[in-house]
Design a protein around this ligand. Structure first.
Ligand code: HPA
Length: 193
């Protein structure tokens, strides 16, 4: 288990952001479960919801695989047609049939997106928006790991919610949902073995 993560907005390079994923791979890890806090674009969601990420749109336009490829880690042109394991998504849905799924749009941050950016992401098909998870997902797929990702909707995205963003509220909602997420994760881990 990793405590925390490196974010691109903190000034780390994309390669630094995903270095822990390759360390996990070298340690023999085969399945990666990611979690994050994010904004909800899809109006069926509400703050506090836990959503399974089914696919992503990388709106940062750079990614951790740019540069020399380490052939021992993975292919130059990895497939990304199943970034999140259908099998693992199926297993979670068997445990919690009410869980929602969504497409996650990755923005660099650290500002909360503009209204126009959220509208653009919505038109492109995004349900969720956040500043993490996608680099790790790309690297893990490159390295052949199965990936599952849970997004905690801590707020509705800019323009969807009518009030301004409040970071303290975001942290509060994340902490509240963490209790439910922990329970779901423990159940899932019992069912994976
Ligand atoms: N946008 C981006 N990242 C986030 C948000 C958001 O609205 N909420 C929590 N992380």
């Amino acid at each position: 288990m990793l405590q925390g993560r490196f974010h691109f907005y903190e000034g780390y390079s994309m390669k630094e952001v995903v270095f822990p994923i390759y360390v996990l791979k070298a340690l023999g890890v085969e399945t990666l479960i990611l979690t994050n806090a994010c904004g909800g674009i899809n109006e069926h969601y509400q703050p506090g919801d836990i959503v399974l990420i089914e696919d992503f749109i990388n709106m940062v336009w750079i990614n951790p695989l740019i540069g020399i490829n380490d052939e021992e880690m993975g292919p130059r042109f990895p497939d990304m047609s199943e970034p999140y394991s259908f099998d693992l998504i199926h297993k979670v849905k068997a445990l919690d049939p009410t869980i929602q799924e969504g497409i996650y749009a990755h923005f660099s941050g650290p500002y909360y997106e503009t209204r126009a950016e959220i509208q653009a992401a919505k038109i492109m098909g995004a349900d969720l928006v956040g500043m993490s998870t996608v680099p790790e997902t790309i690297a893990a797929n490159h390295a052949g790991l199965k990936v599952l990702a849970f997004a905690v909707v801590t707020n509705m995205a800019t323009g969807i919610q009518k009030v301004k963003h409040d970071h303290h509220r975001v942290v509060e909602m994340a902490n509240q949902a963490a209790i439910r997420l922990e329970k779901l994760l423990l159940e899932l881990l019992e069912n994976l073995t």
